[in-house]
Design a protein around this ligand. Structure first.
Ligand code: ZN
Length: 457
């Protein structure tokens, strides 16, 4: 793609291409008001801030904000358990509005414990709609365009809340859902020819794999020009999105991201697939923190760390300094598409991160490198760590499943290639043990994802 001086269309250019100095002023002003509000309206926050020795009225800079305490999943769960007992609702003691102002509930999937809830007031729904409009304009969707929502119509944030915001934008929404499977998507798709389909990455893959065989309808014939995918990181991984684009006859896949505790969506990728453009800094503030010290890092090109969110406009129950546990790399340099703002690349989950002599290693990144090096492997692999701690001394043992019938000599060369690629891309020393195809016992983790790490023994 060539560099262009023409700025692609934006929904809210004043907010989306604000000068960074002006943006920081606006964020600080909103932040201070939000902190004072939660401190005054929620005894939970009063106690939390008092305990940390911070006073919102005295906040003068983002450096001061460093002293405010984080908020994490365990605290959220506890606050919601307490509000169920004390106030008869599950939104947490950190609620900062009248419970009767809450207009819609969302909930986490609850796969890793009891579900947690977020409430949205009418004002919160309006900010969500604003952010969705920003996303849709960026990818060339206009009011009246047919948009198929093929995701479970549930309380999940990418279920009904996204649908709600698409309706608000004025798109012609086709809420086909995902539960009736590819058959229904094919049947309705053939009749309506939507311009866009919004679904999870895995549902898009499922369509690619099964639709033609099961229904006789080739996804390429549906006339879909754009796919908005969410829920999993695959939408930015070429090995995943390229086959989807090809199967839909040259459609473009756009990876959509949200920010917990804010008004999702907060970012969408562009045609250049060069990271997700974060477009909501005026309402969804983020910090990048050093994963070991949790110190907020300066927002420089290439900075990487755990992302921490604060919903500046969240009315119902703001999560102040929410630890999202995602490791994100931020690109500040301009994108070739001409759209403004920082871009984000997902690197992995904090909980999955291994430490190899000071280097942060993500198992998914190791798998990606192995998959790129050779087609003789099968995509299955396991990093072996010595114990429950995330520390692994090098050389790091990695079991790699290999296809049947690869001769010994070829294996030795392949092991060397893998070790070199891992050292070059991920900066640590590995030791490869090949596992015969079919011998690998595939253990699924609690989230349904294949486990990439095992403990020795
Ligand atoms: Zn771009």
């Amino acid at each position: 793609m060539e560099m262009t001086n023409k700025m692609p269309k934006l929904w809210n250019p004043a907010a989306e291409s604000m000068d960074r100095g002006e943006l920081a002023e606006l964020q600080l002003d909103k932040l201070k008001r939000q902190l004072i509000r939660v401190y005054e309206q929620s005894p939970y926050y009063t106690a939390k801030f008092d305990k940390a020795g911070v006073d919102p009225a005295k906040l003068k800079s983002f450096a001061d904000y460093q002293h405010f305490p984080f908020f994490d999943k365990d605290e959220e769960r506890e606050s919601q358990e307490d509000s169920k007992r004390q106030q008869g609702h599950p939104l947490g003691l950190h609620i900062t509005c009248d419970i009767r102002q809450v207009n819609r509930l969302s909930s986490s999937s609850g796969t890793t414990g009891a579900p947690t809830f977020s409430g949205f007031t009418k004002a919160d729904r309006d900010v969500t709609a604003e952010n969705m409009a920003r996303a849709l304009v960026r990818i060339g969707i206009e009011p009246g365009d047919m948009v198929m929502h093929a995701s479970v119509m549930s309380m999940w944030i990418a279920g009904l809340p996204i649908l709600d915001a698409m309706l608000d934008y004025g798109a012609c929404v086709i809420p086909v859902g995902a539960l009736s499977g590819v058959e229904r998507v094919a049947q309705i798709g053939v009749e309506t020819h939507p311009k866009l389909i919004a679904c999870t990455v895995s549902f898009a893959q499922h369509i690619v794999k099964t639709m033609k065989e099961r229904t006789g309808v080739d996804p390429a014939d549906l006339g879909i020009e754009k796919l908005v995918v969410f829920g999993e990181p695959g939408g930015s991984i070429p090995e995943i999105y390229k086959p989807i684009e090809a199967a839909f006859g040259g459609a473009t896949v756009y990876d959509l991201m949200g920010a917990t505790g804010c008004h999702s969506p907060t970012g969408i990728a562009c045609e250049a697939h060069a990271g997700i453009h974060y477009f909501a800094e005026d309402n969804a503030h983020f910090e990048i923190c050093d994963p070991e010290t949790m110190q907020s890092l300066p927002l420089e090109d290439g900075v990487e760390g755990e992302i921490v969110y604060t919903g500046l406009d969240k009315e119902c129950a703001p999560l102040i300094r929410w630890r999202d546990k995602d490791i994100i790399q931020v690109t500040m340099s301009p994108c070739e598409c001409g759209r403004p703002g920082p871009r984000m690349t997902f690197k992995g989950r904090v909980d999955d991160m291994l430490l190899v002599r000071g280097v942060n290693v993500f198992p998914n990144a190791v798998r990606d490198v192995i998959n790129k090096v050779s087609e003789l492997t099968t995509g299955n692999m396991r990093i072996v760590k010595p114990g429950p701690e995330p520390v692994v001394p090098p050389p790091v043992p990695i079991k790699v499943e290999i296809q049947a019938g690869v001769p010994e000599e070829r294996r030795r060369a392949l092991a060397d290639d893998l070790i070199t690629a891992i050292r070059n891309h991920l900066r640590f020393r590995a030791e490869i043990e090949f596992i015969e195809e079919g011998q690998f016992e595939l253990i699924k983790g609690t989230t349904g994802k294949t486990k990439l790490v095992e403990e020795a023994g």
